[in-house]
Ligand binder design. Structure first.
Ligand code: PDD
Length: 293
């Protein structure tokens, strides 16, 4: 099959014709969670970490897992294979299912709705961007208080990301009570003026990024000075370096925050070293996904 294919509730269907019910709770209430795996050279990055977080998100919202992990892994690989995606991402979404609109959970429970898609990413473009570093803006963090659950309720993230785009920036760093929590679709980091690598601690106000965990591990292994401690905007502006992490971007240097240049305006040594080490480790450990070629 040459067209793009999605998996929806047990069937592989042409993506253009794929759909779910208008009464799905993802549509009505964003009563749904998602996961994103990065794929590079046909390998899933940090595969186990994403499965663990998926299980946690489902558990927190009491949504039933539509299938076991082995079957799920098969579907993810199959969607990547059928779409011939070797460099890109695999997206999974699971909602509580479709039922007559009522805020309380359907009773009796209905089958969860599951969607999987795969998309190619321009890795070379991303690598070129990483060479230069990216700009971010700051925006108020107006999200709910359970950002640790990876739900599809992403309107505040979407609004801040649009503001970033209109400002010519790649991301928006979200600020609450004077400290940077994280970014719209990535975790936020600095190398502070004392040389300490810092990112916000794992509380309910941030997503526990799988890439974040991998970077923390790498930094600890290399005996770099690293602390899970929030930082203010002022600390960020005075930082030696800044960067973001996500499954799709890896570790990506930030060289401008609002109108301020960070360091000398080029990716610094820490961000560069962590990016290289992350890519090496994530894809070395990744399982080989069956390729469509
Ligand atoms: N975003 N914080 C937020 C709010 C995110 O949405 C993401 C991921 C991250 C980084 O998490 P991880 O390292 O596990 O990818 C942090 C994905 C890529 C997305 O929404 O597309």
């Amino acid at each position: 099959m040459s067209g793009r294919v999605a998996y929806v509730n047990g069937a592989y269907v042409p993506r253009a014709q794929a759909g779910i019910s208008i009464e799905d709770r993802a549509v009505q209430f964003a009563d749904s969670i998602y996961e994103v795996w990065g794929l590079r050279d046909g390998r899933f990055a940090d595969e186990a970490g994403h499965f663990a977080r998926l299980k946690r998100s489902l558990g927190e919202l009491r949504i039933a897992a539509p299938m076991g992990e082995a079957a799920l892994r098969h579907v993810l690989c199959e969607v990547a294979r059928r779409n011939r995606v070797r460099d890109g991402l695999v997206y999974l979404q699971i909602s509580r299912g479709a039922a007559r609109r009522d805020h309380a959970f359907p009773d009796p429970a209905v089958a969860p709705t599951m969607i999987v898609t795969a998309s190619r990413m321009d890795r070379r473009g991303l690598d070129a961007r990483a060479e230069k570093g990216v700009a971010v803006i700051t925006a108020p963090d107006i999200r709910w208080s359970r950002c640790d659950i990876k739900t599809t309720g992403l309107l505040p993230n979407a609004l801040a990301r649009q503001q970033a785009k209109e400002s010519g920036a790649f991301e928006a760093w979200l600020v609450r009570d004077g400290v940077v929590t994280e970014a719209c679709a990535s975790n936020a980091w600095i190398v502070d003026s004392g040389g300490v690598i810092r990112t916000a601690p794992e509380r309910e106000n941030i997503l526990r990024g799988v890439t974040r965990a991998a970077i923390l591990k790498i930094a600890a292994e290399r005996q770099m000075r690293v602390e899970e401690r929030s930082f203010t905007i002022e600390e960020a502006l005075a930082a030696r370096e800044a960067f973001i992490t996500s499954a799709t971007a890896g570790a990506l240097a930030v060289v401008r925050i609002d109108a301020h240049t960070i360091g000398d305006g080029a990716p610094g040594p820490v961000a560069r070293a962590l990016r290289a080490a992350y890519l090496e480790a994530a894809y070395r450990e990744g399982a080989k996904a069956p390729s469509g070629r």
